[in-house]
Design a binder for this molecule. Sequence first.
Ligand SMILES: *[C@@H]1O[C@H](CO)[C@@H](O)[C@H](O)[C@H]1NC(C)=O
Ligand SMILES: *[C@@H]1O[C@H](CO)[C@@H](O)[C@H](O)[C@H]1NC(C)=O
Ligand SMILES: *[C@@H]1O[C@H](CO)[C@@H](O)[C@H](O)[C@H]1NC(C)=O
Length: 280
Amino acid sequence: MGAGGVWATVSVLATLLLLRVCEGVFIEDLRVPAVVEHNANATAVLDCVYDLAARESDLVTVKWFFKDENHLVYQWGKGLAPAGSGILRGRLDLEHIASRHALKKHRALIIQNPTIELSGNYICKVSTKENVVTGTKKMIVYAPARAMNLTQERNSESSINISCSAEGAFPVPRLDIYMKQESRQTRIRLKKVKSVASMTEEGVFDATAHVHLLDSEIDPRALFECMMTIPDTQYSLKRVIKYHRGGKMADTSAPPLSSHPVLLTAGVLLLWSCSLCDTS
Ligand SMILES: *[C@@H]1O[C@H](CO)[C@@H](O)[C@H](O)[C@H]1NC(C)=O
Ligand SMILES: *[C@@H]1O[C@H](CO)[C@@H](O)[C@H](O)[C@H]1NC(C)=O
Ligand SMILES: *[C@@H]1O[C@H](CO)[C@@H](O)[C@H](O)[C@H]1NC(C)=O
């Protein structure tokens, strides 16, 4: 094949390709909020912005799926009423108009008050007589923690247990523990931290992280910081406590004097006998 032949082939292919693009539908933009807060009375607007060739098809069907194409959650077509199904039945604003264009009017998915179980991939699928196009994007519905604590406990005369816990977050939160000095900005992430998380009946997570440290490795004026983050979101929460050397364990756990009536009596007797000595 000569150079002319190659060019002819290339231009035929290009024309076919162009025709293909121009005849059907194509997705210009799939707008899915990356992160929304759980149960915050928010409205998540998932918009599947598509365009059609100039020679418009009259048969356009828009379908939205959740997780995979086996889970249809919404569909609409020209001349049909928009309908929610599956996990989104009853949770959509079906009145919303995304575009005045008759073939694009109800292309968007409007989720009212999204909750954690709606976290995941959303697939938009648009079909015309000519072709079918799909696009997928993920939306994370996160739940902030209900409570978060950072505590220190003495485990022995020479070591402490720093423990950080968070309740009711979604998805699984990450807990990092740092040590820093009161007067300085720099912080050091502690490496030997052990973390565990468990799912509650409501589907959220309780997480705990702890680390054992020797008093000899800690600056007396140190601060401990626990930082909770939910991966892929901007959400974070922190707690800071001061290191407390506290002395020997026996000191902190000594019961009050009044609970030792025998010792107390002996002490009083001793005092009394001494005063006797003085007066004699
Ligand atoms: C939730 O939002 C809707 C519309 O934005 C508003 O009418 C309604 O009062 C809100 N509900 C609560 C509990 O805040
Ligand atoms: C340290 O704290 C963690 C979390 O609270 C706990 O599971 C662990 O048993 C504690 N270790 C000691 C030695 O007290
Ligand atoms: C945090 O501490 C409070 C009060 O000490 C306690 O009621 C709560 O259960 C703790 N929460 C966590 C997540 O450990």
